[in-house]
Design a protein around this ligand. Structure first.
Ligand code: FE2
Length: 372
């Protein structure tokens, strides 16, 4: 039995119809910045629904509907400027991981001086950020219950993380009915993002007996309920997926991820592959590689036996119509060396959570195995 630290101060409302709990936002302030992506929140009418609930509570709102997939430093800084100018006193992130992560970055810049880059890393904030409320409309990212904001720095051509317990959302409303209109392709990739969180979290040296239970349950739920969602859109299945993503979010909030995420970031940046699909693609090859080590072999045997997931990692991806090789997404053989060189830099924090040292040649070997 290992000793561990656990802290999740977020107030969580889970269940279909729980959007009505948005009334609770009045506890956070009277002037909200609403952060969303560019299309879905507006075109689905969801943004209007939110604004009407908030108006009844006499909460003033300003819209910031400019967050792109893989939000950039510049977008977050623009949102921070707007939050300051409008004197907002809390931030609402509505959407997938991108708007929720952007909302966290904006909350930081609303109260901290200068640009975002100086706050990359662990616990670098000078002042407390504005309170954050999150409402996920995908089931995957787990950002609704994590202390991370993943932001793309195009100047450095890399993804960076603002990590701080102070950006953990104060309130999170997880209403699975909001994921009903998520397209099939995004349902598959975001679902596998959650799968990756659960499995990477289980293999992290920061895992503990509590996160292990959540990892196992999340993997079981995704394995059982994600494939049928490819055939029929159903609220019961959506609820199970939201639950899995929520559990897996709690896991990585404590454990972090291992090298799959760091290696996958580059596939999103360079080849435009959706975040979850990039993790899903690399997951089987990283697991195969780690299995050569005695410690990982034991850990993998434990979890994959319990969840019966081993034989089906590639099969699961195939059934979800996700890309299975790097070649399929446009990677060329000559790119593998530079990918490995950059990936090992992006995996600095992840490598510290691994029980074996990995070098650039190990990364190259994994990318080569994933090539075709
Ligand atoms: Fe992720």
């Amino acid at each position: 039995m290992n000793n561990y630290f656990f802290n999740l101060p977020t107030k969580i409302y889970f269940g279909s119809g729980s959007l009505e709990k948005l009334k609770e936002a009045r506890r956070l302030g009277r002037n909200a910045l609403l952060v969303t992506g560019k299309h879905f929140a507006k075109s689905s009418g969801l943004l209007k629904r939110l604004e009407s609930i908030l108006a009844k509570e006499k909460i003033k709102t300003t819209e910031f509907c400019e967050v792109e997939e893989d939000p950039s430093v510049e977008t977050v800084e623009k949102g921070g400027e707007l939050a300051r100018r409008k004197k907002c006193n809390f931030i609402i992130g509505l959407g997938g991981g991108s708007p929720m992560d952007a909302a966290k970055g904006i909350a930081v810049l609303a109260t901290n001086p200068g640009g975002l880059r100086q706050y990359f890393g662990n616990e670098k904030l000078k002042n407390s950020p504005l309170p954050i409320l999150t409402i996920p409309t995908t089931a995957g990212t787990g950002s609704e219950v994590t202390r991370y904001a993943v932001i793309t720095d195009w100047k450095a051509r890399t993804k960076k993380v603002v990590s701080s317990y102070s950006i953990l959302p104060r309130i999170s409303i997880i209403d699975p009915s909001l994921t009903l209109s998520l397209p099939q392709k995004l349902t598959a990739s975001t679902g596998m993002d959650a799968f990756s969180h659960a499995l990477e979290g289980y293999l992290s040296t920061e895992a503990n007996s509590f996160t292990e239970i959540l990892s196992i349950e999340a993997i079981k739920l995704i394995k059982k309920y994600l494939p049928p969602l490819m055939k029929k859109n159903d609220l019961f299945l959506r609820e199970k997926l939201s639950l899995a993503a929520f559990y897996a979010g709690i896991v990585i909030n404590r454990t972090g991820t291992i090298i799959v995420h760091g290696m996958a970031y580059l596939l999103s940046l360079d080849y435009g592959l959706q975040h979850g699909a990039a993790n899903a693609l690399l997951l089987p090859y990283v697991m195969d590689y780690l299995e050569k080590d005695r410690v990982y072999r034991k850990r993998l045997k434990e979890i994959l036996k319990t969840t019966k997931a081993k034989e089906s990692l590639l099969k699961l991806n195939r059934g979800l119509n996700l890309p299975l090789t790097l070649k399929e997404i446009g990677v060329e053989k000559k790119d593998l060396n530079s990918l490995s060189r950059r990936a090992i830099k992006d995996c600095g924090r992840a490598l510290a959570r691994m029980s074996i040292p990995l070098k650039e040649k190990d990364f190259l070997c994994i990318y080569k195995n994933a090539f075709e």
